[in-house]
Write a protein that binds this ligand. Structure first.
Ligand SMILES: Nc1ncnc2c1ncn2[C@@H]1O[C@H](COP(=O)(O)OP(=O)(O)OP(=O)(O)O)[C@@H](O)[C@H]1O
Length: 259
């Protein structure tokens, strides 16, 4: 593990029955970068995210997060490490019976010696940082638009001042203007909070707007990592189709970037 990497995955194998999803997969997330993780449907992007945050039992391979091997932690060490990352799942994964502020308060309740008023104040701060108006605090998830629910999920992921932010398809289902605003927010938050961001996406615009590097999942491993211009030079059928196809060309046009 080098000090420059927030996450190091080595030799990861994930298998469900006889279906091998990952085989000998290596991946690094450098500190302070936004890494876009892309790949065809079913290539195991979500399984990879879930393996790193310990929601998927991995039989083979090493996963080190912030210098610690997640396979060999005591439950107290694991709990302490979990407080150093935040996860925003695709659907926001909010508790429907809690308001937005109460949802963000959930992880804060694990912090000892935090008074009720400080907890509420911190939760409201995170809601504002995620770009929601003050009146969103008292709303229930069912009263929010899809984009607002994603921002509420983001606020909860930021609750404990994480060092690493995991985002699973953050712009899926958003209209282009909402998606663009969300992409810019991710970059602003990374810059302001010095986050390292692991971002699973299908969205080429997000790759252009946000990501410092891209990791392509194919053939059960990370087939390539690099910048967008490095991706454009890769001679692999899926990679070429993805980065040179009609949607890629649209995402790269200057008019589109200025929109
Ligand atoms: N708990 C599980 N049990 C059995 N198979 C699973 C489980 N979780 C994931 N899989 C399988 O692992 C493969 C990878 O799933 P995953 O959701 O990671 O793909 P993905 O790359 O995120 O796809 P998409 O882009 O469509 O969201 C799929 O074939 C899926 O059916």
């Amino acid at each position: 593990m080098t000090g420059d990497n927030a996450i190091e995955v080595r030799g990861l194998r994930n298998q469900f029955g006889d279906h091998v999803v990952h085989d000998d997969l290596d991946l690094d997330l450098r500190r302070g970068e936004i890494l876009g993780v892309v790949g065809g449907s079913g290539t195991g992007k979500s399984v990879l995210l879930r393996s790193i945050v310990g929601l998927n039992q991995t039989r083979h391979g090493d996963i080190r997060v912030l210098g610690q091997n997640i396979g060999s932690l005591t439950s107290a060490e694991r709990e302490a490490l979990e407080r150093r990352w935040g996860v925003m799942f695709q659907d926001g994964a909010l508790f429907s019976s809690l308001t937005v502020r109460e949802n963000v308060e959930v992880p804060l309740r694990a912090v000892r010696d935090l008074s009720d008023s400080d907890r509420i104040g911190l939760a409201e701060l995170k809601v504002a940082m995620a770009g929601l108006p003050p009146n969103a605090n008292d709303k229930y998830p069912s009263e929010l638009s899809g984009g607002m629910r994603k921002r509420a999920g983001l606020a909860r992921a930021l609750a404990l001042d994480p060092e690493i932010l995991f985002l699973d398809e953050p712009t899926a289902g958003l209209d282009p203007i909402g998606a663009d605003a969300f992409d810019r927010l991710i970059v602003e938050l990374r810059d302001a909070l010095n986050l390292s961001v692991f971002l699973v996406t299908h969205d080429l615009d997000t790759l252009h707007t946000c990501c410092d590097r891209i990791a392509v999942l194919a053939e059960k491993k990370v087939l390539a990592t690099g910048t967008m211009s490095e991706m454009l030079a890769i001679d692999h059928p899926w990679v070429h189709e993805y980065f040179h196809g009609p949607r890629a060309r649209a995402a790269m046009t200057p008019d589109h970037e200025d929109a």
